[in-house]
Design a binder for this molecule. Structure first.
Ligand code: 6R9
Length: 644
């Protein structure tokens, strides 16, 4: 299916304009990015656009100096936009707060002064563990203002996970709040911080934002209330001039095996990249209200809730709460109430909202919307269609953005701001300007049209990570070993995703390539089998893992959520198994299918196959703090009872 209606003019200029710009951007990479870097205010211009002398440690805009908080605030104040709304915030209970650029500027300055008074210097690390409230943005920008390095840890993480991150970054200060409100309940998150801080020697002080009425425990000489510290604060703090490659933040990646990786991002290259990709993806307009539902604890929150929009002087909608609480029309109510023009969320949220039925959407006037977006995982065609037809009323193109924590910003996405391609549901369309993406076979040769292979990025881009905090060797091994040929000076970035280019050159990203099964000597991606299962009319969602098998090495095992109206029984189980056998391959046919109501997922919507695997093989479950809902684990355990 190809959806062109509604975006008619694009059909008659078959992407020629975009293709030419794209070719030029890749051929003259440095010249191209030098031009884009004008989106920022630099205190000092760079001497060199791209320094590849220490590849794969690529460095952008070397010699340049700037400040991220200056670019997000002072720049707009000076340009006469001080009374423009920067953040419109709404709580779960419907309380709203609006902060103008000038208000945000004043708060950031005062909080930067607080941090300085606590002894935070340029290059020191600050961990931020807070709910999704404007103060989290204030803390981030205050950190950037004095040249400190922030590491936001998602407030759903456990004390153990928080401690690991604090220790890896050796943070000096932790910023938190007393309470987090979700699903009508107040959670004392300061308690979690206290527990984490039992084993974090680097932490000298804790700043606590007071939200609730009930007092919490404060540790004398270590913990300070935010509002008390403000009393002695200066009104203005000079933004520190940092080098382009001074780290702006560290963000730990979620979910997979082993120790979390501290992804380090630069100041100059990162900001150029997020601001420009924001413009290119969304065709930004002055009256836009951009609502990104991601928490600021993830890269999507960093790049497209804070740094991208604020660097461009836009207005963002920020919502603290669950999207289906108190009722399943919460997002539609917010869009109508505030006049949101761009709604950006994850496929997992779309599927969840879709299950409640169309009536909840139809109750609301969503005519303010002009674009929809998704991120985080491939979107299945059924969810795409629902999003397009029911939410967007067939008027709003869906901007499906493929990228990663490591890439800093969008990589493969429809560039609505330049020329919107006709969309194909499930395809993230084409690499953006300055991005040289391709699909390789396992042996490093180029895959043909419609041939599944591995996604690669063949040239550096300004939003790329500087490295992994404190672990250069792991950085090289994880991202550059797979396909690079250093002796020839060829550096290929490996994102570890399965992908394909179709006959029209559209990119399709299928899922992580590091979840590979080996069945009778054949390599099989769990993502591929899941894809086959969801094509069956009875299946809403599926997760596949490998189970050790004496004969075949490994066999696929599937966990399936059925669509409403389908009854789990033996017959359907056998039908699904033969369906995969027929539509994909006999080796791919699951040895067993379990029907469940929920799958263990990270809060950003990625299936935690590691958890499924541990349950099915009786291994220890390890750290479950990124898990969205523990109930799913118990349910899967129950489903497996009597099986092993
Ligand atoms: C931004 C973000 C990165 C991984 C990535 C891929 C998957 C993200 C996607 C997508 C298909 C999309 N992914 N966006 N897959 N289509 N539009 O999610 O960062 O949390 O680091 O995850 O997410 O597998 O490799 P991060």
């Amino acid at each position: 299916m190809q959806v062109g209606e509604g975006f008619l003019q694009e059909r008659y200029i078959p992407m020629q304009h975009f293709n030419e710009l794209h070719r030029g951007s890749i051929e003259n990479l440095e010249e191209f990015w030098a031009e884009q870097a004008k989106v920022l205010d630099w205190f000092k211009t760079w001497d060199k656009v791209l320094d590849d002398s220490k590849a794969p440690f690529f460095r952008w805009f070397v010699g340049g100096e700037l400040n991220a908080s200056y670019n997000a605030l002072d720049k707009h104040i000076k340009a006469g936009r001080r009374n423009r709304a920067a953040i419109i915030w709404e709580s779960e209970s419907g309380e709203t707060r609006t902060l103008t650029y000038y208000e945000l500027y004043r708060e950031v300055n005062r909080f930067a002064s607080v941090l300085k008074n606590l002894g935070v210097n340029k290059g020191d690390r600050i961990v931020i563990y807070m709910p999704l409230i404007p103060e989290v943005v204030i803390a981030m920008l205050a950190s950037a203002r004095i040249g400190a390095i922030h590491s936001v840890v998602f407030s759903g993480f456990s004390a153990e996970a928080l401690a690991t991150r604090i220790n890896d970054a050796k943070a000096k200060v932790v910023i938190t709040a007393d309470y987090l409100y979700r699903r009508g309940k107040a959670l004392n998150i300061k308690e979690i911080v206290d527990k984490a801080l039992l084993e974090t020697p680097s932490v000298e002080s804790v700043v606590v934002l007071k939200r609730g009425e009930n007092g919490i425990k404060m540790v004398e000489g270590r913990d300070y209330y935010w509002h008390n510290l403000l009393e002695g604060a200066e009104k203005y703090v000079e933004p520190v001039h940092v080098k382009s490659n001074h780290p702006l933040f560290i963000l730990y990646t979620s979910g997979t095996t082993g120790k979390p990786k501290g992804i380090v991002h630069s100041t100059g290259g990162y900001l150029v990249y997020v601001a420009k990709t924001m413009e290119w993806a969304w065709k930004i307009r002055n009256d836009d209200l951009f609502w990104n539902t991601a928490d600021v604890g993830w890269i999507t929150g960093h790049s497209y809730l804070v740094y991208g929009p604020l660097t461009l002087g836009l207005t963002v909608m920020m919502y603290e709460g669950a999207l289906n609480y108190p009722k399943p029309d919460r997002p539609w109510e917010i869009i109508e109430k505030h006049g949101v023009t761009i709604f950006y969320t994850a496929p997992t949220a779309i599927r969840m909202l879709m299950r409640y039925g169309d009536e909840w959407v139809k109750k609301h006037d969503l005519s303010s919307l002009r674009l929809l977006g998704t991120v985080g995982e491939p979107i299945n065609p059924r969810a795409w269609k629902w999003y397009y037809e029911v939410v967007g009323g067939r008027r709003c193109p869906i901007i499906d953005t493929w990228w990663q924590t490591e890439t800093g910003g969008y990589m493969i996405y429809p560039s609505a701001g330049i020329q919107l391609p006709p969309l194909k549901p499930g395809s993230t369309t084409f690499p953006g300007l300055g991005v040289d993406a391709d699909v390789f076979r396992q042996d490093g040769s180029q895959a043909g049209p419609n041939e599944r292979g591995l996604l690669v990025i063949k040239k550096p881009w300004p939003g790329m990570l500087l490295g992994i905090w404190g672990n250069d060797e792991r950085y090289i091994r994880t991202y550059w070993k797979r396909f690079s040929r250093p002796e020839e000076g060829v550096w290929i970035y490996y994102p570890a995703d399965y992908a394909m280019k179709d006959e029209d050159g559209y990119f399709w990203v299928f899922g992580r390539a590091d979840e590979v099964l080996n069945v009778s000597g054949h390599r099989l991606g769990t993502a591929e089998i899941e894809h086959a299962l969801v094509l069956h009319p009875a299946v809403a969602e599926a997760a596949v893992i490998g189970r050790p098998d004496e004969v075949k090495g490994e066999v696929p095992v599937a966990f399936v959520i059925l669509k409403e109206g389908y009854i789990p029984n033996e017959r359907l189980k056998l039908e699904l198994i033969s369906y995969v056998r027929e539509t994909l391959s006999p080796i791919a046919a699951p040895a067993e299918v379990f029907f469940v109501n929920k799958l263990p997922k990270t809060r950003s919507g990625k299936i935690m196959r590691r958890v499924l695997k541990a349950i099915s093989t009786d291994k220890s479950l390890g750290d479950l703090s990124t898990l969205e809902d523990e109930a799913s684990v118990d349910e899967i355990k129950a489903a497996l009872e009597g099986f092993k």
